[in-house]
Design a protein around this ligand. Structure first.
Ligand code: 3PG
Length: 227
């Protein structure tokens, strides 16, 4: 297990406007891909537990790219949370919420962004003390209009919409007061990985830095987090 300072979910969300959702099939891609994103200004990296190589990729990034903060995505079970932590992940993202996953992440010291798509799920996550949530799948489940509707009853919850978010619609989400960042897979395209086109990944990350400038975000957002 790692010995770096413990992060909060809010710190994970505030570090950059976009959290890349990454699918890696080859451990050799992990380190250059992470360095490419860091070079483009993105250091909170969600490596999804969707491939047999995912944990080894997390391990490699944690070991060799100290400028990055690697997290595990697609965390669905207690075993996922434990394995992610052992591999060096410092945060977890889940596609849904269960109290078991919430407790497992707490037990191993992983900041968790639990996924929600309904009011009842938000209430369950809140009951367990989670107030920074992933809205998933964001476009399919209602998009920015859904978040606007939730801002009334769930005025004390902050969201990271993920799923169907693109460079083009991200500003619509980021303009909402209850959205701190978005998540998306577009930053790490499968063909760029296959071709080893790290410059393209850096450019895709750089493109998202414009969001910080275009949006008059509160100064508290995107503060530098000590990692
Ligand atoms: C996922 O878990 O697959 C993410 O939500 C990414 O979705 P996207 O590919 O639509 O960005």
């Amino acid at each position: 297990m790692h010995s770096s300072p413990k992060l909060t979910a809010l710190q994970v969300m505030q570090d950059a406007p976009v959290i890349p959702v990454i699918v890696l099939n080859d451990v050799a891609h992990a380190v250059p891909m992470a360095r490419a994103l860091v070079a483009g200004g993105i250091r909170m990296l969600e490596v999804t537990l969707r491939t047999p190589q995912a944990l080894a990729c997390i391990e490699a990034i944690a070991r060799e790219v100290p400028e990055a903060v690697v997290g595990a995505g697609t965390v669905r079970t207690k075993a996922d949370a434990q394995a992610a932590s052992m591999a060096g992940a410092r945060f977890a993202v889940s596609p849904g919420y269960t109290p078991a996953v919430g407790q497992a992440c707490r037990d191993v010291g992983l900041a968790l962004l639990p996924g929600v798509a309904t009011g009842s799920e938000i209430m369950m996550a809140q009951e367990d003390g989670f107030t920074e949530l992933k809205f998933f799948p964001a476009m399919q489940a209602g998009g920015p209009a859904m978040l606007k509707a939730w801002s009334g009853p769930f005025f004390d919850v902050l969201f990271c919409p993920t799923g169907g978010v693109t460079l083009h619609n991200a500003p619509d989400f980021l303009a909402l007061p209850n959205v701190v960042c978005v998540g998306g897979s577009w930053l790490v395209p499968a063909d760029a990985l296959a071709q080893g086109d790290w410059a393209r990944i850096t450019q895709l990350a750089c493109d998202t830095q414009d969001f910080k400038r275009k949006l008059a975000v509160a100064p508290v957002l995107y503060a530098s987090v000590a990692i």
